[in-house]
Ligand binder design. Structure first.
Ligand code: NAD
Length: 422
C-alpha cells in the first residue's frame, strides 16, 4: 500500500502515461522533479537559543511556465511530501489551464510552537535561502497548510529587500493592501463548490437535497462549506485537527466559525443555541466524520485520510477532494468498487491556483479586478474544465481522476512538443 504520497503520485503518473502512450522522455521528466532544494534553517528563538530546522522546495516541472505552489509549515513536511505535492501542482496548473508549472515547499515544524516574531524570522530566513531560485518569472510560492497572507507579506518584504525592488509578484495569496487579489482567500473553496455543482447538474442531482460533511475547517474547508450552504446543501458536520461536530439539521458554517473563534474550539459550537443557532449537535471524532452517511464528503485537511483501512466504511456517495491527496491509491480502488464518485484534488481545489494566476497577472500588468470579476472568471474556468474532464471520462470510460490527468497531461504534451519543434 502506498501511503508515501510521492510513490502514490508517481504511480498515478505512470498509469495515465501508459493509457495515453506518452513519449518516454516526457514521462521521465514528469516522474522526477526538475530541482529539489533542501536548506538548513538555524532559527534564533526569542530566548536567544538556536533551533536548526529543515526547509524544502520542490520545483517539479516548468514546461507550461514558472513553477507555482504553496508553502506548508507542518511537522509532517518531508522531501517526499513536497515532491508529491509539486507533481500534483504541475497537473493542477495544466488542468485548470494556467501558464504555470508545479512547485511546492515547506518547513518541518509545528508553527504553533513558535511566536509571531519567530515565525517571521523563520520565513525571512527561508526566503533568503531560496532567493536565487524564486522570482516572478521563476517560481512563485503561495499559502498552504499553516501559512497565510501574512507569511506571504514577509516573503515579499525579504525578497524585495534582497533584489532592491518591490516585487509583489514573487508570491500570491498576499494581503490585499500588499498586492493580493480580491477573492483569493475564498477561491479554492468557491472553485470546489463550482466544480461540485457542475457535476451535480450534469448528473441531475439537486444540491438542495444533498447533505455534506467537511473534514478540516480551515481556509478551504470553511469556504467550501459556506458556499455550498448558500446553495442549499445541508452541512451536517465539520471538524478540525482536535474534533468534529455533527448537527443533523445542518449548521451555518459562518456562525460556527464565529463561535469557534469566540470559544476556541468547535465542540462548544452546537450547544449554545442563542449564539450558534445549532441544535441537536453531538461531538464526533474525525474518523466518525469520514464514515457518516452523507451525500457528499469533503476532506479539506491533509493527505492520506481515506486509506484501505477505512475506505470500506465510507458511506458518502460523492467525495470532493479539497485537500491534496486525501484518498490513497488503494482506497481509490475500494471506493470505485463501491461506486463512490470522486471529484479529484487536482480538479476540486484548482480554483486556488486559478485565482493565484489572476493575482500574479494583476501584479505584472499593474491592474486590479473587482471581486465579482474574479469570481466570474473562476466560475467560467471551473465549468469549462469540468466539461472537458467529463468528455475525457466518457471518451475513455475512465474515472474523473484519470480523466483529469488525461486532460492535464495532454496540455503538457502539446506544449512540450511545440518547444521541441521551436
Ligand atoms: P488551513 O491550515 O487553513 O486548514 C487546515 C484545517 O485542517 C484546519 O482546520 C486544521 O485544524 C485541520 N486539520 C489539520 N490536521 C487535521 C487532521 N489530522 N484531521 C482533521 N483536521 C485537521 O489549510 P488550508 O489552506 O485550508 O488547506 C487545507 C488543504 O487544502 C490542504 O491539503 C492544502 O494543501 C489544500 N489546498 C489549499 C489551497 C489553498 O488555497 N489554501 C489550495 C489548494 C489545496
Amino acid at each position: 500500500m502506498h501511503t508515501n504520497p510521492w510513490l502514490q503520485a508517481q504511480s498515478q503518473m505512470m498509469k495515465i502515461s501508459s493509457l495515453l502512450n506518452i513519449p518516454k522522455l516526457l514521462i521521465s521528466r514528469l516522474t522526477e522533479p526538475d530541482r529539489l532544494i533542501s536548506v538548513s534553517l538555524p532559527l534564533q528563538k526569542d530566548d536567544g537559543s538556536v533551533e536548526i530546522l529543515r526547509g524544502f522546495r520542490s520545483q517539479h516541472n516548468n514546461i507550461l511556465g514558472p513553477y507555482k505552489g504553496g508553502l506548508r509549515y507542518h511537522p509532517s513536511v518531508s522531501e517526499d511530501e513536497v515532491k508529491a505535492l509539486s507533481l500534483w501542482m504541475t497537473m493542477k496548473c495544466a488542468l485548470i489551464n494556467v501558464p504555470f508549472g508545479g512547485g511546492k515547499g515547506g518547513i518541518t515544524i509545528n508553527p504553533k510552537s513558535l511566536s509571531e516574531k519567530e515565525l517571521e524570522r523563520l520565513t525571512k530566513l527561508f526566503t533568503n535561502r531560496l532567493s536565487l531560485v524564486i522570482g516572478p518569472r521563476i517560481d512563485m510560492p503561495a499559502p498552504d497548510v499553516n501559512t497565510n497572507s501574512e507569511t506571504m507579506k514577509w516573503i515579499v518584504e525579504e525578497y524585495s529587500s534582497i533584489i532592491g525592488s518591490i516585487t509583489p509578484a514573487v508570491v500570491t495569496g498576499k494581503p490585499i493592501e500588499s498586492g493580493g487579489s480580491l477573492g483569493r482567500s475564498e477561491a479554492t473553496g468557491l472553485g470546489g463548490a463550482y466544480a461540485l455543482l457542475e457535476i451535480l447538474r450534469e448528473k441531475g442531482i439537486n444540491p438542495k437535497k444533498c447533505t455534506a460533511a467537511v473534514q478540516g475547517f480551515g481556509n478551504v474547508g470553511y469556504h467550501v462549506a459556506q458556499f455550498l450552504h448558500e446553495e442549499g446543501v445541508r452541512i451536517v458536520a465539520v471538524s478540525d485537527s482536535k474534533e468534529g461536530i455533527f448537527v443533523k439539521e445542518g449548521l451555518s458554517p459562518e456562525i460556527t466559525l464565529n463561535c469557534k473563534k469566540e470559544k476556541g474550539c468547535l465542540s462548544e459550537c452546537y450547544c449554545i443555541e442563542s449564539i450558534c443557532n445549532l441544535t441537536n449537535g453531538i461531538k464526533i471524532t474525525n474518523d466518525e466524520l469520514l464514515e457518516l452517511s452523507v451525500d457528499i464528503l469533503i476532506p479539506s485537511a491533509l493527505e492520506n485520510v481515506i486509506t484501505s483501512e477505512n475506505a470500506h466504511k465510507i458511506n458518502a456517495k460523492i467525495i470532493l477532494e479539497m485537500a491534496n491527496g486525501p484518498v490513497t491509491s488503494d482506497a481509490d480502488v475500494i471506493l470505485q468498487e463501491k461506486n463512490v464518485i470522486i471529484i479529484p484534488d487536482i480538479l476540486a481545489n484548482s480554483g486556488g491556483v486559478f485565482v493565484s494566476y489572476l493575482e500574479w497577472y494583476q501584479n505584472i500588468e499593474i491592474i486590479r479586478y473587482t471581486k465579482d470579476e474574479v469570481f466570474d472568471r473562476l466560475k467560467k474556468q471551473m465549468q469549462q474544465v469540468v466539461k472537458e474532464v467529463i468528455t475525457a471520462k466518457e471518451e475513455n470510460s475512465i474515472t474523473l481522476r484519470d480523466a483529469s490527468y488525461v486532460v492535464a497531461i495532454k496540455r503538457i504534451e502539446k506544449k512540450w512538443k511545440e518547444n521541441l519543434n521551436a
